[in-house]
Design a protein around this ligand. Structure first.
Ligand code: CMP
Length: 171
């Protein structure tokens, strides 16, 4: 099981090597549900669907420097940033900063492969976390979510290709 799951279910409370402070998690509540309305990937959701998201999600408060995914590790959680900034260290040493409303961790859940990148909180961050089983269930119950995931994945591929092209043209 991924370290973050064990920290969230309480079987591991603190990894001194990679995390600066304990990571706290709790079930999502009503306040979180109302915040979800403003998140682009949940824009098209009904109140009932948002309630379902809030029911299955957990809220993770992570200090700056927390490693949430590690490239090459198996991955079991989807993360959505509610507050703070997360730095994704992608292939060839590039980094991408993700801000509130952005999500990550979907690739391993979609294709079952290892984490493609390391994601570290740049600032203290609050994240909505959905585990693999609930993510699959959510995809069935909220088809709009899959549509939004595909749009974001397409945009990320385009950004990577545009950056590569720009680098090639500079050489
Ligand atoms: P996953 O592979 O499960 O875990 C690492 C995550 O980093 C990955 O899912 C994506 O959500 C995210 N990620 C990988 N590459 C990029 C990229 N080029 N831009 C933004 N996010 C990325």
């Amino acid at each position: 099981m991924e370290l973050i799951s064990r920290m969230m279910d309480g079987s591991v409370s603190y990894d001194g090597e990679h995390r600066l402070e304990p990571v706290l998690s709790r079930a999502a509540g009503r306040d979180d549900q109302s915040r979800l309305k403003a998140v682009p990937i949940f824009e098209g959701c009904t109140e009932k669907q948002l309630r379902h998201v809030a029911d299955i999600a957990r809220i993770l408060d992570a200090p700056a420097g927390s490693v949430l995914t590690r490239a090459g590790d198996p991955g079991d959680e989807f993360f959505l940033i509610l507050d703070g900034t997360v730095r994704v260290e992608v292939a060839s040493g590039r980094t991408v900063s993700l801000h509130p409303g952005a999500f990550f961790g979907e690739m391993s859940l979609l294709d079952g492969g290892p984490r493609s990148a390391t994601a570290v909180t740049e600032t203290p961050a609050r994240l909505l976390v959905i585990d693999r089983a609930n993510f699959s269930c959510l995809q069935r119950e909220v088809p709009e979510l899959t549509q939004m995931l595909l749009v974001t994945l397409s945009q990320r591929v385009r950004q990577v290709e545009a950056r590569e092209e720009q680098e090639l043209s500079q050489h």
